[in-house]
Structure formats: structure tokens, C-alpha cells
Design a protein around this ligand. Structure first.
Ligand code: GTR
Length: 443
């Protein structure tokens, strides 16, 4: 009742007095969409009054039930490892190792890229292990307008490197995957996506490196991805569930970090991993397991990303594990489908493993499938772990105010619009970085 009242009040404020009251995102019922989604997912996905279904375990509770973690040292030595082990054995699978041999072959470069503002380097990352060799391409832009080393953003992309920049030197692959099918790539797609605003990033003195996530593990609806993935150099016959996709994509980010460590212009103490949606989930996993990343950015990462499963609003474990992406999660996760109360921990635990490094979670108002409020709650419930390291400036539910970013010790914003990663999101990711001392000196 109270909630309904506040929704009505919110609607009144937004329509009649937009200049007096700030607009705030609210979780609401989405009735009509339900009939179809209910049939498909067999659950009531968008009933606001049923959200926050289960209590959220305090992130500092010891997982063996014996009291609380009290210090940063106990967190690092005990809690963190247990959380990482849970996610590796019960949720996503294990990240493949660094290959026995790793080579970086420069295949193309220019000192005069992006209208003379950047250095462009395209590398082939060549990994060799027991069962062969595997290659994937990385596109790297480094700013020319700074003194000293550049912080960098690692961004795995969906369509391919060619889609993010209009530069003709980026090769056009024959095809890309879309919904599990091969789609022929057309010249007109070159630079057609603004998901990585390379010119804005370079102008602010940051570098960026990007690669196509399907080059590392094709995201196929069946389980055929494993056979064409990085796992084939580690296993004779890679198959589900030993060879899982999220760990493979995280592995790709880690190899790009290895590459950056060979680049004299990059400040490797200031490297961020950024991902949108399923790659937002991947960014969290990458940062959780690889502490070389000083900054993790999860954009619209939703269910099994930053959103709490126990909240039960929007996409849920059942939808992923039984309906849409059966190969994304380990089969063990099925027992929590429509049974989230039994989960011993939730996504705030995984976010907490990033402490005390920088963490940004971002939502979008129309991305109800990802549950914006649940994403913010995931971040908020992770904060006590950051507090163990002395952080204090944390978000509350008030930061659901639309396009009023919160840049404290951790960061959050909710943008108007759809499920996407936009120049607005990037501007804020860079603002928060700058606030935390990522200040490349302009020449
Ligand atoms: C959706 C999936 C989400 C999210 C998204 C994406 O279909 O249900 O969890 O990962 O795909 O990656 O675009």
C-alpha cells in the first residue's frame, strides 16, 4: 500500500511538477508484458510488491556461519577466497590458465590515427598450450596529447572491432554471430556502433583496447561454442560444462591486460575493465579474479551480474539456466532456479571481491529486465566490504535519481533510456576515474 502510494505520488510529481521534484526511478508492476513472459519464463517477473522476496545475507557474515569478518586482512585471507571458490565451482566455471606461451604480434599500426590524435596498434594475441595455438585480434588506441603514461579501458565488444571506429585499416571479418547465427558483415557497418566512443576517450587522455568477445568463445545458443573457443588449446575435446563461456571471455580480458603490460605508453596501475550486459557480467568476473584491474565497470549487467537474485524482479536464474542461455551457468545453478532463497550468497558477494578497488555499476530506466533497483542494491550490499578498507562514501536508494550520477568511493548512475552503453555512460565512467586520480597530464 505504502509502495503504491509512493508510485502514485511519483507519477504525480513527474507529470505535474518536473522542475520542482527530481525524477526518480521506481520499480513498478509491468502488467501487460507479463502474459507473454510468464508463459515463457514460468514466473512472475515484474510484480513490484513481490520484489525483495528474500533476506539478503550480510556480506561480512562468515560463510561457515561463525560470526562476522571484522578486518580487511580476514576479508582478503578468508572471505574473498571462499566467495571466488563458490563462483568458480557452482556458478560460472573456472577461468582457463595463462597459456604456456603467449605472443603479441603487431599486425598493423599508425602514429597518426583518429585525425592525428592517437597511436593505433592492432595486435594478434597468440596463445599456445598443450593442444595447439589460438589467436585473436586486439585494437589499441593510445592518446598522443599527454605527458607520461595513459590509463586504459579494456572493452570487449559484441560485433567486432571494425564496428566501433570508421578507420579503414580495421579488417572486416567475414561474419559475426547474432542470436547464435552467422551474419555476413557489410562495409556499411564499419563504425556504425557508438558503444566505445574512441574519440572522446582519447581526447580525455585515456587509452582503450577492444576485442570481439566471440573471437574467444562464440556465444552460441547450443554448446558448440566451447569447441571453437580458447579451450581447444587446453582440452582435447572441449565441452560443456567443463569449458564455460564467462570464464573464457574473462580470460580474453586478462590476455589484453598481458598485452598492455608490454606497452610502454600505458600506466598498468590504472587499467579498467568495462563491459555491457553479458559482458558487464564478464567485467565483474574479470575484476574479481584478476586484481591487476584497478577499476571494474559493469554496465546494465543485470541478472548474474550486479543485480541481486534474491530480490526476484526482472530476469532470473530460471530464465537464464532453463530457457535462454542454458550454457552460461554451471548445471549446479539450476537448483536455485525459482528457489533463490536457498542461495548461500548473492551477487553483492561477488562485487565485494573487487574491494578496495574502484567499482562502477550503471543502469538504464527502460532496462527493467536487468532490474535497475536490484543492480543498485547489489552494489549497496557490497559496500561493507569496501568499508573494511576505510571507504565511507557509499550510495543509498536516493541515487536512483535519473541522470544524477553518484561518484563516491564506489559509483552508480541510472541513465534515461534503453539497455545500451552510450557516450553518456562513458563520460561518467571517465569522470569517476578522474575523481580518483586518473588524471593524464595534457601536453
Ligand atoms: C539478454 C540476457 C541478459 C543480458 C543481455 C545481453 O538476453 O538475458 O542477461 O546479458 O542478453 O547481454 O545483451
Amino acid at each position: 500500500m505504502k509502495k503504491n502510494l509512493s508510485i502514485l505520488l511519483g507519477a504525480f510529481c513527474c507529470t505535474l511538477a518536473p522542475f520542482v521534484f527530481a525524477e526518480k526511478y521506481q520499480t513498478i508492476d509491468l502488467p501487460k508484458e507479463n502474459a507473454k513472459t510468464l508463459k515463457r519464463y514460468g514466473a512472475e517477473l515484474y510484480i513490484a510488491s513481490k520484489a525483495n522476496a528474500y533476506p539478503i545475507p550480510h556480506v561480512l557474515n562468515r560463510l561457515d556461519g561463525n560470526g562476522k569478518i571484522e578486518t580487511a586482512q580476514e576479508w582478503n585471507n578468508i572471505a574473498r577466497n571462499k566467495i571466488l571458490k563458490f563462483y568458480q565451482t557452482q556458478v560460472y566455471g573456472a577461468i582457463p590458465p595463462r597459456p604456456k606461451s603467449l605472443k603479441f604480434e603487431l599486425v598493423e599500426s599508425s602514429d597518426n590515427a583518429l585525425d592525428g590524435k592517437a597511436i593505433r596498434r592492432q595486435y594478434k594475441i597468440i596463445s599456445t598450450d598443450k593442444f595447439g595455438t589460438f589467436e585473436f585480434l586486439v585494437l589499441l588506441y593510445i592518446p598522443k596529447n599527454i605527458d607520461g603514461k595513459a590509463p586504459a579501458f579494456v572493452y570487449p565488444n559484441f560485433w567486432g572491432n571494425y564496428s566501433l571506429t570508421d578507420e579503414k585499416e580495421i579488417p572486416l571479418p567475414d561474419f559475426r554471430y547474432s542470436g547464435g547465427k552467422k551474419v555476413k558483415i557489410k562495409e556499411k557497418e564499419r563504425g556504425s556502433r557508438d558503444r566505445l566512443p574512441v574519440r572522446d576517450i582519447i581526447a580525455r587522455g585515456f587509452a582503450t583496447a577492444t576485442f570481439a568477445y566471440c573471437d574467444v568463445y562464440p556465444d552460441l545458443v547450443k554448446e558448440d561454442g566451447a569447441k571453437q573457443s580458447i579451450y581447444k588449446i587446453f582440452h582435447k575435446d572441449p565441452k560443456y560444462p567443463e569449458c564455460m563461456p564467462f570464464p573464457a571471455w574473462a580470460w580474453g580480458n586478462m590476455r589484453v591486460m598481458d598485452l598492455l603490460q608490454t606497452q610502454p605508453e600505458i600506466d598498468c596501475d590504472k587499467v579498467a575493465v568495462v563491459g555491457h550486459s553479458r559482458l558487464g557480467k564478464t567485467a565483474i568476473i574479470t575484476g574479481a579474479y584478476d586484481t591487476r584491474f584497478a577499476y571494474v565497470i559493469a554496465n546494465n549487467s543485470g541478472c548474474m551480474g550486479d543485480a541481486l537474485s534474491k530480490r526476484k524482479y526482472g530476469e532470473n536464474i530460471h530464465a537464464i539456466a532453463n530457457v535462454t542461455f542454458l550454457y552460461w551457468l554451471l548445471p549446479q545453478m539450476k537448483k536455485y532456479a525459482n528457489n533463490e532463497g536457498e542461495l548461500p550468497l548473492d551477487q553483492h558477494h561477488l562485487l565485494a571481491t573487487i574491494a578496495p578497488r574502484m567499482l562502477y555499476c550503471a543502469s538504464a530506466t527502460e532496462d527493467v529486465w536487468a532490474d535497475p533497483e536490484g543492480e543498485l542494491l547489489g552494489l549497496m550490499h557490497a559496500c561493507p566490504a569496501f568499508a573494511l578498507f576505510g571507504a565511507k562514501n557509499f550510495p543509498t536508494l536516493d541515487v536512483l535519481e535519473i541522470e544524477k550520477p553518484f561518484h563516491g568511493d564506489v559509483a552508480y548512475h541510472i541513465r534515461k533510456g534503453k539497455h545500451n552503453i552510450t557516450p553518456y555512460d562513458w563520460k561518467n565512467f571517465m569522470d569517476y576515474a578522474q575523481k580518483h586520480g586518473w588524471n593524464p597530464k595534457k601536453k
